[in-house]
Structures are given as structure tokens and as C-alpha cells.
Design a protein. Sequence first.
Length: 155
Amino acid sequence: MPMDHLAHKHLVNLTLDVDFRSMLVIGSTPGGLRRIAPVTGGRFSGERMNGTVLPGADWVINRSDGVMVIDVRLALKTDDSALIYLAYQGRFLASPEAMSRFSKGELLKPGEYSLVIVAKFECGDEQYAWLNNVIAVGTGQQMAHGPVYSLFEIG
């Protein structure tokens, strides 16, 4: 395989429900403005797994350079009752003007921002043990209820 080719395949679509009104504002820290956004649920679907998102959170930092760094940890429950731990980190980039509108709760147009993540999974269920070796990347879209991601398995 050529070194300039990134082998990948679609893994899952992930839709999160975020309770923005219950976000905890920790305040300005050396790293930036720290907030914690509760994830109240959602869904995921793909060729090899489907199910619901259990409650979790996004530990958000808005850095002084305008970048929003995300750090999400969730539990997923497959339709056949397996539990999967999902952790992903990423960033939300937008112009200062668009980021200002976003911080006020405005939905941005997809061309006004970039939302990308790197995800890892853990699972003790034998049927989904293959996830323990998956590294995934994803792109996201901002929606009123929370982000919607398309994740791709790399390699």
C-alpha cells in the first residue's frame, strides 16, 4: 500500500444530545475557559454496531487563541446490550466572528467551521472485542441538540 494512502472504512454515525443549559462553567483556568457539557443520550449506527448513547460529558476548553478543544467520554449500549466505552478528543475551529456567534448558541453553516475528532474504544464483550484495537477519526456537524459525527476506522 502506498505511503500516501490512508486506509479507512466507515465505522459509525454518532448523534449526541447535549444539555447546553445545564453546562457547568468552571471558569478561566491556565488552559482557557473550562466548561463541562452533559451528554444526556443519543444514537449510533453502523454496519457492525448500532445502539444508544448513555449519559456522559464533554470537558470543553476554549483556548485564548479561539480554538475550542473537546474531550468527550461516553458509554454506548449496543442494541444487543453490550457496553462500550468511547473516548474522543478533538477541536472546533471557526473564525473569531463565527466563534462569537457560536458561543451565543447560534447554529453555524457547515462551511463556517471545522469539527474533527480522534476516537478510541474499549469493550469487554467478546463480540465487540475488535473495537479495542480500533483508532477512528471523525468529522462533525453542529446541530441544535448537539453534534453529529461520522467516524471512520483507520488502517
